[in-house]
Design a protein around this ligand. Structure first.
Ligand SMILES: Nc1ncnc2c1ncn2[C@@H]1O[C@H](COP(=O)(O)OP(=O)(O)O)[C@@H](O)[C@H]1O
Ligand SMILES: C=C(OP(=O)(O)O)C(=O)O
Ligand SMILES: [K+]
Ligand SMILES: [Mg+2]
Length: 585
């Protein structure tokens, strides 16, 4: 196959009023041959019915194009230039787990549904996954699923007997105990999940619940029980995180030696792999090692699963660095002192990161959280990994229907930093107003993005070369150039035809002014792209013939009223590494 960089370059200056031009003959810059593994996409797995299927441009499952119903409506109403670039993650809990509630969130712009394995039963988690799947299949959404592990840090247990919270008042004496309680807890008693707790704490230590939402002084130790006096009153919520401090420093004793992935987490991970979740988020990551370990585990398990599903000798692993079609992306949660120390190596090893400000704010002084956030977002952008800003974005909306001004300012700061995604936790899991909270994230994102775009005040970020092969370098250069051209020519959209999503993510990394339409042949890649800034993922079966791909796309999108004749588009593809500039015919 031709290894060429195709530039279809306009003869006249393209920036006239209606940005139309007469294309000249394409000028072709020849590059050395690179093995492109063109045939390897010949078989892909259709996830809707568990039967392997051959997808080609001619006999694709739909012959059409799949896109979110919400995106489609938004694009028709506001024009695609003003679609939302920042993606939204919602934690699902008792207030959002019904089918109608999930649908309302999907309508409201939820791109990823997160289930937190700290809470709920296996049956409950499976129920949520099934409902999201059904929503995708029946209503055309591409909501991805993120499973968030519990991790082995110290936390309180449930209250038992259906109690959902307890109030600790100033001066009250509470017992934190490692005993196993059969039924309801005695009054003023909290169970602790970590057996070494009673040994590790000392009289005089300060005990912080949920990073300081409630504080206690340790006053006495009696066997498995630790008696504490409340010094800062507040609400105790089930499974809240516990840290203890001595002489102003976080105590990291034997608990620092707890494995990042506990035995319960491994069971949950097996469950996530079996269910085919899109993302697994790992709590309290300390180093890159654990991420590498998990990734090779997932790869091995996915291969087993593939072997099971395919008794035929299809080639299903599609070359893209080391990405497989069944791969589950691993998200490193940055929420500890160690994760900040090893930030670059952790991000490099992961497929994305989360600024988990809840626990992070319990491990470093609160006033250091904003700069840590800025640094994490920046490192992720440079290394081309999606980043989620999480926790307390709209905390007051758990109880109230409108956010505080400060919360809106916090959300807009994350949008201004151009994080890939924002996340709701308690607001959507157990708050009174999940949909309203999502609406606030959506409208603040849209407004701030537009404001910054119109003012052209984004400082350009120096993006380092990240490719490890010559072929990848070509893709990277193409994407950097395409994004720059898109801004200079003020094009309406960038189209990217991508098998693995890699080329789409490289474009997203450049944060261009226009939206990026990402066409991919597989539902799982499409769902995964839903976490990345500025990407509008479509499922489309396409071939290696760019001309026919473009014609097909134009006619399908035009038929649905999503683009118009005359719109100016830049198209790039990872099969025929090329950039083309053209008006929609
Ligand atoms: N599956 C669930 N079942 C019950 N409650 C949940 C569930 N998921 C989340 N929650 C509630 O929402 C709150 C916020 O969610 P999240 O931030 O994910 O957890 P945490 O506060 O434990 O870190 C939790 O403290 C819990 O009260
Ligand atoms: C997102 C976080 O993790 P979790 O809710 O699982 O504690 C956090 O700590 O901010
Ligand atoms: K968790
Ligand atoms: Mg956390």
């Amino acid at each position: 196959m031709a290894q060429a960089l195709h530039f279809t370059i306009p003869t006249s200056t393209p920036l006239n009023r209606n940005r139309k031009f007469q294309p000249s003959k394409p000028s072709i810059i020849s590059l050395p041959r690179i093995p492109m593994l063109k045939k390897q996409i010949s078989a892909v797995y259709s996830e809707t019915d568990s039967t392997p299927r051959v997808l080609t441009a001619e006999n694709g499952t739909t012959g059409g194009i799949e896109v979110d119903t919400v995106t489609e409506v938004e694009m028709k109403e506001n024009g695609f230039r003003s679609t939302r670039r920042t993606k939204l993650v919602c934690t699902i809990g008792p207030m959002s787990c019904g089918f109608e509630q999930l649908e309302a969130l999907a309508v409201g712009g939820m791109n990823v549904a997160r289930i937190n394995m700290c809470h709920g039963t296996r049956e409950w988690h499976r129920g949520v996954i099934d409902k999201v799947r059904r929503l995708n299949e029946e209503k055309g959404y591409a909501v991805a699923i993120m499973m968030d592990t519990e991790g082995s840090e110290i936390h309180m247990g449930d209250f038992g007997a259906g109690a959902t919270s307890a109030k600790a008042e100033d001066g009250e004496i509470w017992t934190f105990s490692v005993r196993a309680f059969e039924s309801a807890l005695p009054e003023y008693t909290i169970s602790v999940n970590y057996d070494g707790f009673a040994e590790d704490v000392k009289v005089g230590d300060e005990l912080l619940v949920d990073g300081g939402m409630v504080r206690f002084d340790v006053i006495e130790k009696i066997g498995p029980d630790v008696k504490c006096r409340c010094t800062d009153p507040g609400l105790l919520l089930p499974r809240a995180n516990l840290t203890f401090w001595r002489d102003g420093s976080l105590v990291r004793e034997r608990n620092a030696m707890l494995p990042t992935i506990s035995s319960k987490d491994w069971l949950d991970i097996d469950f996530g792999i079996a269910e085919g979740v899109d993302f697994i988020a790992i709590s309290f990551v300390k180093s890159a090692e654990v991420i590498n370990h998990l990734k090779s585990y997932i790869a091995a398990r996915s291969r087993d699963r593939q072997a099971l599903l395919f008794s035929f000798s299809f080639v299903i692993s599609v070359y893209a660095g080391n990405i497989f079609l069944f791969d589950i992306a691993v998200i490193a949660k940055i929420e500890s002192v160690d994760s900040l120390k090893n930030l670059e190596e952790i991000i490099l090893a992961s497929d994305g990161a989360m600024v988990a400000r809840g626990d992070l704010g319990a491990q470093i002084p609160l006033e250091q959280v904003p700069s840590a956030q800025q640094r994490i977002v920046e490192v992720c952008r440079k290394l081309n990994k999606p980043v989620i800003v999480a926790s307390q974005l709209l905390e007051s909306m758990i109880e109230y229907p409108t956010p505080t001004r400060a919360e809106v300012a916090d959300v807009s700061e994350a949008v201004r930093q151009r994080a890939d995604a924002l996340m709701l936790s308690g607001e959507s899991a157990m708050g009174q107003f999940p949909e309203k909270a999502l609406t606030v994230l959506r409208s603040v994102s849209l407004r701030i993005e537009r404001w910054w775009r119109e003012e052209k005040r984004h400082e350009a970020m120096e993006l380092p070369d990240i490719s490890s092969s010559f072929s990848d370098s070509i893709s990277e250069e193409i994407c950097n150039s395409a994004a720059k051209m898109a801004n200079n020519l003020e094009v309406d959209a960038i189209f990217v035809y991508t098998k693995t999503g890699h080329m789409a993510s490289l474009l997203s990394r450049c944060r261009p002014d226009c939206p990026i339409f990402a066409f991919t042949a597989t539902t799982s890649v499409r769902r995964r792209l839903n976490l990345q800034w500025g990407l509008i993922p479509f499922r489309l079966s396409f071939s290696d013939d760019m001309e026919s791909n473009l014609n097909k796309t134009f006619s399908l999108l035009k038929a649905r009223g999503m683009i118009q004749s005359g719109d100016l588009v830049i198209a790039v593809s990872d099969m025929l590494q090329s950039i083309q500039v053209m008006n929609v015919p």
